[in-house]
Every structure is written in C-alpha cells, then in structure tokens.
Design a protein around this ligand. Structure first.
Ligand SMILES: [Zn+2]
Length: 382
C-alpha cells in the first residue's frame, strides 16, 4: 500500500485486463436499428470505439429480450448476428472468442475479446438443443431467468411478488439445464434468480457459479441484490459477484427520488407509453429530456465502491468484479457517464489503498478464473 498514487491510474487501468460481464447494447442495436460500430454518443452508453477508449479487454454482451415475446430464440440469434456483423467489419479491433485461451490470445493481439451472455432462460424455449446452439454461437453464460420465470426455474420477481407461483426452484427439466451447462462449460448466472432457486442451483452445480450483474442486499435491500449468505456461498463455491452499477441497486434512497421524478412527469410518461414505447425506452427518453434535473438523483461513485468493498470485507478480494449493466439501465452513478468511464473505478480503488494485484483481480482476474474453472472437467473449484 502507498506505492501507487492516483496519478498512475490511467497506466494501471490500461495495463490491467478489464472485463465487463453485462452490457445490453445489442438489445438497443436491434430495437432501435443501430450499428454497434458507429458513433452512438447521445443514444447509448456504449459503442465499439468508446469501449476501446474505456480500456475494456473482454466484453460479455448480454443477449436480452422480454420474457413474453413470441420468438425469443430467434430474437436472441438476431442480436448475435448484429455483433457478428460488427466484428466482421472491424477485425483489427474486436474478435469473437469462446475460451480462456482465446481471450488471452486476443489480449496479446491488442483486440477486444467479445462473448455473449444470454439473459433469460426463456430464450432456450425449453429445449436443450437450443441451449447448445446458443453456446455454439459464443454464449458462455446463461442467466437462468430474467424477471418473468421460464417454465423450469423461478425468478426473484416471481418468488417475491407472485405468491401464486406454483413451483419455486428448479423443475426436473431445470436440473437437466444445469447439468447440460456444467458439461458444456457454460457459466450459470444467478442474477435475477429467486432465493429458493438460488440454493437449489448452487447445491446442484458441479462448477463455480456467478452473478453477472447484482449488488449487495445488506446495503440496498432490493430483490435483485445478493444477501450475505448467498455471497458467502458463492465465494465458497469459487464463483464471483460482478457488481451492477444501477442506481436503484446501489443507493437505497434512489427509488424514492425516482418516484418523485416520475410523478412530476406523469402526463408525459403516459403519452409516451400510449405511443407504444416500452417502459424502458420511455424512461430513457424522459431522463435524456430532463438531463439537468436528474443529476442530483445519480448516486456518487463512492456508493458503487462501497458494494465492492462490502464483498471484499465479507469474503475477500477474490470474489468480486464488474457487471455494469450499461445500456440496460437508464441512469448511471456520478462520474460513470458511459463505457469510457471505467478508469474512474480504478482511480477510486487506488485511492482506497488497494494494491495493483488486488485491483487487477477486481477489474477482471476473478471472472477469468471462474470462466477457466468452468472449462475444466471437474470444475477445479479453488
Ligand atoms: Zn438484468
């Protein structure tokens, strides 16, 4: 400690391997007809050149569609197509990878490594062949549920808000999905999962599991965050928690502030909703329209750092990383304007006194360890 000073943060940031495990830009690309490799400033948090500027070495692109769309597997493939097209146009900047060794090769070649994480078990349409097909296309994790549960596993939303939910946890088919993922070496993502399902999954999995974009329940009691016993269990299992930047998950005063803002703009919100825009894009529009007004609602960066430190203090520095949720969230913490802002996190960690080795683990080393452990035959848990 004390060896690093904050002036070194840019050098250190760009020397470290930076991994982000949750970015929703491909959802926006497909929904709004954008190109990921064009300049999307003012429209999105992310585009290819800003990701490179932010020092991202490995990006897991989230593949997401609503739980109630008719053809989720086809939509997932369209999102994958959109990234594949951008990769083929920019072979000198970005490369698709499927393994730890390919990631290391990409980094050596000074290219960003891209892989997919499928956010929601509904996209496999109750079919293990479709799960394998998504894996073949580069999906290296499956978030078992989004908010709406598939038929075979229960989400945090259904377990907490839907007392009618007939079956909590994993069905027999759900258990087959877990075994299939373990045998493929595909990471099990427990973000969005209900507590009941969480404990069944972590008991059944033969490989380390992870949370691609969740924060700490003890700091912000939101159903999307992880409780202390879950964090301890993930650490014991050799997994990792990738903290989410969403203000509502890192700042317990955010939801009240957001309610006030939305009440103030209720008329406009209603008319946007009636125009057919989904709630996510309505909020995106309102926050962009009233960008001055919302500045005070954004939590300070220090609140995100508190979530990282909480996990470190509870279980050690080997079990925490970054799962930003950029472009899946409408607002970001102060100083984290977009994907170019990652160096601010490195700077904050240096200021807290963490060593270069520890910061490298947080920025990406921990996740890469979990990815590699999932590739090995027996899970190689520690
Ligand atoms: Zn999510």
């Amino acid at each position: 400690m004390g060896i690093l000073n904050a002036q070194d943060y840019q050098r250190m940031h760009h020397n470290a391997v930076l991994v982000d495990t949750h970015n929703d830009i491909l959802m926006k690309v497909v929904d709004l007809g954008l190109d990921f490799d064009s300049d999307l400033r003012g429209t999105a948090h992310s585009d290819l050149s800003r990701m490179l500027e932010g020092g991202i070495d490995v990006q897991v692109f989230s593949i997401y569609c609503d739980g109630d769309v008719l053809d989720p597997f086809a939509l997932a493939n369209r999102e994958m197509d959109s990234l594949d097209a951008a990769v083929s146009r920019n072979p000198d900047k970005i490369v698709k990878v499927g393994s730890y060794d390919e990631i290391m090769k990409a980094i050596d070649g000074k290219k960003m490594a891209a892989l997919f994480g499928v956010e929601g078990g509904h996209m496999i349409e109750d079919n293990l062949d479709k799960l394998s097909a998504l894996y073949q296309r580069g999906a290296r994790y499956l978030t078992l549920t989004h908010n709406i549960s598939p038929s075979w596993v229960s989400s945090a939303m259904d377990e907490t808000l839907n007392p009618e939910m007939p079956e909590k946890g994993l069905t027999d088919f759900g258990k087959q999905v877990i075994r299939k993922m373990n045998s493929l070496g595909m990471l099990i993502d427990v973000s969005h999962l209900g507590d009941h399902a969480f404990w069944e999954v972590i008991t059944l999995s033969s490989k380390p599991i992870f949370a691609s974009h969740s924060s700490v329940y003890s700091l912000v009691p939101h159903r999307r965050n992880l409780k202390d016993d879950q964090i301890k269990a993930i650490a014991k299992n050799g997994g990792v928690i990738q903290v989410n930047f969403h203000p509502g998950f890192i700042d317990s005063s955010f939801e009240a502030k957001e309610r006030v803002f939305l009440e103030r703009h209720a008329v406009e919100m209603d008319s946007l909703l009636r125009s057919g825009l989904s709630e996510f894009y309505v909020m995106d529009t309102l926050y962009r329209t009233y960008s001055e007004e919302i500045q005070d609602m954004r939590p300070p960066l220090s609140m995100l750092i508190q979530h990282i430190e909480y996990i470190i203090n509870l279980v050690g520095v080997d079990y925490v990383g970054l799962g930003s949720d950029f472009d899946g969230i409408n607002l970001t913490p102060q100083l984290l304007e977009d994907v170019t802002s990652y160096p601010m996190i490195t700077k904050a960690l240096i200021e807290k006194g963490y060593s270069e080795a520890d910061i490298s683990k947080i920025l990406g080393g921990n996740f890469l360890r979990v990815l590699k452990a999932n590739e090995s035959k027996n899970g190689d848990q520690k």
